[in-house]
Design a protein around this ligand. Structure first.
Ligand code: AMP
Length: 367
């Protein structure tokens, strides 16, 4: 079976690496010259809106999926009309727009930080009166890894944040403002839903971000919020008639979950599952979209994942750490860019802690 993937970044690359043992083949559509999945399948290097490229893409695959959520709506429509597209286009419509996401969470009874849409400078003052300070202003779409965000701490921050995110001149970029959550932890819940509606959940993952970029993910053993996170993820996945892996990011404040956002795709906070779970998020996503039975989401021992941001340590230095599994993405070094990751595995918590400390020290030493 040939899987068509919209996007050919590192997520596409790891999907293909998981898919070949299942006898799956891959075709990628991505305009980037340096797309890092290119060597793992056929790469159609054309714009997402090229009708000729879309026709070629659809003719070359049996089922299609995507590895980033900013696939243009028209692309999803054209692909979905020609081949089965999973997750469904509705998941993209929701995942691309922070306001749509929050409205969906609200409608499903999932707690969210207080928020208000902001389409003009005047509306920002009103939003802050409702939401209070500190607050976080975000563009409704196209933000990632902390881009398209500003923390508002005092009234004087509003003008510059609006100029930067909303734009000095009309047409303004639609934004929203949400309450700053003084979170104790950030958790994500990765769920997979098959074509038949069966759902499985990975252990929730504790995530550490810096400058809005994920640095470290640690799957949690029997977290007290596991079943609550699963319940919220199930509500969203069922509402969207979802197929594939979905990541749901939460803040934990006062011991309660508050929804931040969903990603309708495999996710960085699930990379640990390649070595740390019985069936990885990549394999399970492919099993779901290909209509195969789902694999076990159970953890195998203890594990943690560390991202390489900007540049990666030397492979030899990484390999010297016991229990390490190295993943380079084939990307050139660049500040703030995710160029790879490593997962540490261990038999016990104490061993994991000491190996993780070594890995973090090495990664930080080259950052
Ligand atoms: P996001 O792109 O929404 O996932 O935001 C990136 C990171 O910024 C999050 O993982 C948090 O660490 C931080 N952040 C975003 N929104 C808020 C918020 N409302 N309160 C506190 N921190 C936030």
């Amino acid at each position: 079976m040939k899987i068509g993937v919209l996007g050919a970044g590192q997520l596409g690359r790891m999907l293909a690496l998981a898919g070949y043992p299942l006898d799956l083949e891959f075709v990628f559509l991505d305009p980037a010259a340096d797309a890092c999945s290119a060597s793992l399948g056929t790469h159609i290097r054309e714009p997402y809106l090229s009708e000729a490229a879309l026709a070629r893409f659809c003719a070359s695959c049996d089922v299609a999926t995507y590895e980033f959520e900013n696939v243009p709506a028209h692309t999803a429509e054209v692909v979905g009309a020609s081949v089965p597209l999973y997750p469904p286009a509705m998941a993209l419509t929701v995942g691309q727009d922070r306001l749509n996401e929050k409205k969906l969470f609200d409608s499903l009874g999932i707690p969210v930080p207080r928020y208000m849409p902001v389409a003009a400078r005047g509306a920002l003052d009103l939003a802050i009166r409702n939401v209070g300070l500190p607050a976080v202003m975000k563009t409704r779409s196209l933000g990632y890894d902390g881009k398209g965000q500003a923390v508002l701490r005092k009234p004087e921050d509003l003008d510059s944040a609006w100029q930067r995110l909303g734009g000095a001149q009309p047409p303004h970029t639609p934004c929203l403002v949400e309450a700053f959550v003084p979170f104790e932890r950030e958790l994500s819940c990765l769920a997979v839903r098959g074509r038949d509606g069966e759902m499985r959940f990975y252990p929730v993952v504790a995530n550490v971000h810096r400058d809005g970029i994920l640095r470290v993910s640690i799957p949690q053993d029997h977290d007290p919020l596991q079943s609550q996170a699963e319940d919220y993820a199930r509500r969203v996945a069922e509402k969207l008639d979802y197929v594939g892996v979905m990541a749901f990011e939460f803040f934990v404040a006062g011991g309660q979950l508050y929804a931040n956002e969903i990603a309708p795709r495999v996710h960085n906070s699930g990379h640990w599952s390649i070595e740390g779970a019985v069936c990885s998020q990549f394999e399970n996503h492919l099993r779901a979209v290909a209509g195969l039975p789902l694999g076990s989401t159970a953890a195998r021992g203890y594990s943690a994942m560390v991202n390489f941001i900007g540049r990666a340590p030397e492979t030899a230095a990484l390999c010297a750490i016991p229990g390490v599994h190295v993943h380079h993405y084939g990307k050139s070094p660049k500040p703030q860019r995710k160029v790879g990751h490593a997962t540490i595995t261990a038999d016990g918590e104490a061993e994991l802690k000491s190996r993780l400390a070594q890995l973090v020290a090495l990664v930080e030493s080259v950052a």
